[in-house]
Design a protein around this ligand. Structure first.
Ligand code: NAP
Length: 359
């Protein structure tokens, strides 16, 4: 029988795989003092295993490593070395496929940031405010793969930010055509990431695989659950992706075409009124407003808006008429928080609240 978080007397032990990387560090920050989860283990590659965390990880940021994590020994990403039933994966995609499957086979629930399983038919790709119901795919996953554990994925960072701005509009008006162009922060490439001589004073108009991820993952998340599969949203979408010299925060310019006449005011109202799926409301790290609208002419900006809602709110501005499609706007969100670690932690809270985690 499962036990919901409210009925638990102790916090659930969880682990982070890939704990030394950029996203792994964001997990450590978000799990410090979490009311439902206790960070019990930090795992990374064989290069880091056995070393104290502070020595293995190059801590990015001006804050201190929380609690006693600095002195903890890093363990290997192996189900025999990690004991927690719930693992957050911030693994590099080159290893995430095998490692995450090994954990699911060993009965663990994996909340993954990697791209490997996102587009598999039986893997839920979830933003709690947008498509909490897609978690029902876990039954199909269990039947199909025979894993006692499970894998639940969150999308690529720019896709999550875009979809939070698009979901209220697709729900209300039905989007038919979508043009997306991103300006993505360097922290989205992990650590050490993009060489400084490539990005300082420069823009790189290529991020490997990113355009395809936006064009496919967005349609899966905006799609409809039909029995044991997702029917992707029928939106014609084209994406350009660019890396820019910004530390954190992905900025996304979008032009939208609807099936009916929709004005910029309609779009503004729909975004302001949207609260997201009620199953996500009240979860410990859910923001009061998943989407906020700004009317300032020169916002949103990464430096000023990425941390809204403790990094979990997407800010939308510059909502105006598009002379080719119908309406254009700019969305911005924190790539490492809402786009990665914060997204996984919120998914785990949703599952915990609904009795979907083991134990
Ligand atoms: P990163 O800074 O390069 O960190 C990668 C992590 O993977 C490190 O902890 C590293 O451990 C570990 N690792 C590498 N090879 C390993 C191996 N053979 N066995 C076990 N662990 C291994 O990357 P990141 O930016 O944090 O991204 C992590 C994942 O999240 C990626 O799949 C990425 O695509 C995804 N993601 C990132 C963002 C973002 O904004 N950065 C957003 C969404 C999703 P060592 O330190 O021991 O090498």
């Amino acid at each position: 029988m499962t036990t919901t978080a409210s009925a638990r007397r102790t916090r659930r032990r969880v682990a982070v795989l890939g704990a030394t990387g950029a996203v792994g560090q964001a997990f450590i920050r978000r799990l410090a003092n979490h009311p439902w989860f206790e960070l019990a283990e930090v795992a990374a590659s064989e290069r880091s295993a056995g070393r104290p965390y502070a020595e293995a990880a190059r801590w990015i940021g001006t804050d201190r490593i929380p609690g006693d994590i600095a002195g903890r020994r890093v363990v290997a990403c192996d189900p025999d070395a990690v004991t927690a039933d719930v693992v957050f994966s911030a693994l590099d995609a080159s290893v995430a496929g095998d490692v995450e499957a090994a954990f699911a086979r060993a009965g663990r629930t994996v909340l993954s940031n990697a791209r490997n399983y996102r587009m598999d038919d039986d893997v839920p790709l979830v933003i709690p405010e947008v498509n909490a119901g897609h978690l029902a795919l876990l039954e199909t996953q269990r039947r199909k793969r025979g894993w006692p554990g499970a894998i639940v994925a969150n999308a690529n960072c720019s896709t999550i930010v875009a979809v939070l701005a698009l979901a209220p509009l697709h729900e209300r008006f039905g989007i038919e055509r979508l043009f997306i162009s991103t300006m993505q922060a360097v922290s989205g490439a992990g650590y050490p990431g993009v060489p400084s001589l490539d990005i300082l004073g420069n823009v790189v108009p290529y991020i490997s695989g990113e355009e395809e991820k936006i064009e496919t993952e967005s349609l899966k998340m905006l799609g409809r659950l039909d029995g044991d599969h997702i029917v992707p949203a029928a939106i014609g979408v084209t994406a350009h992706t660019n890396r820019v010299p910004v530390e954190h925060g992905h900025t996304i310019c979008m032009s939208l075409g609807f099936g009916s006449r929709v004005s910029p005011d309609d779009v503004r109202r729909a975004l302001e009124e949207w609260q997201g799926d009620e199953r996500a409301r009240g979860l410990p790290t859910a923001p009061a407003h998943p989407v906020e609208v700004t009317s300032e002419a020169d916002r949103p900006q990464p430096r000023r808006d990425a941390d809204r809602g403790n990094g979990m709110t997407v800010t939308v501005g510059r909502i105006r008429r598009d002379p080719v499609l119908d309406v254009k706007l700019v969305a911005l969100g924190h790539n490492i928080v809402r786009g990665a670690a914060g997204a996984s932690v919120l998914n785990a809270e949703l599952m915990e609240h609904n009795g979907m985690l083991p134990g």
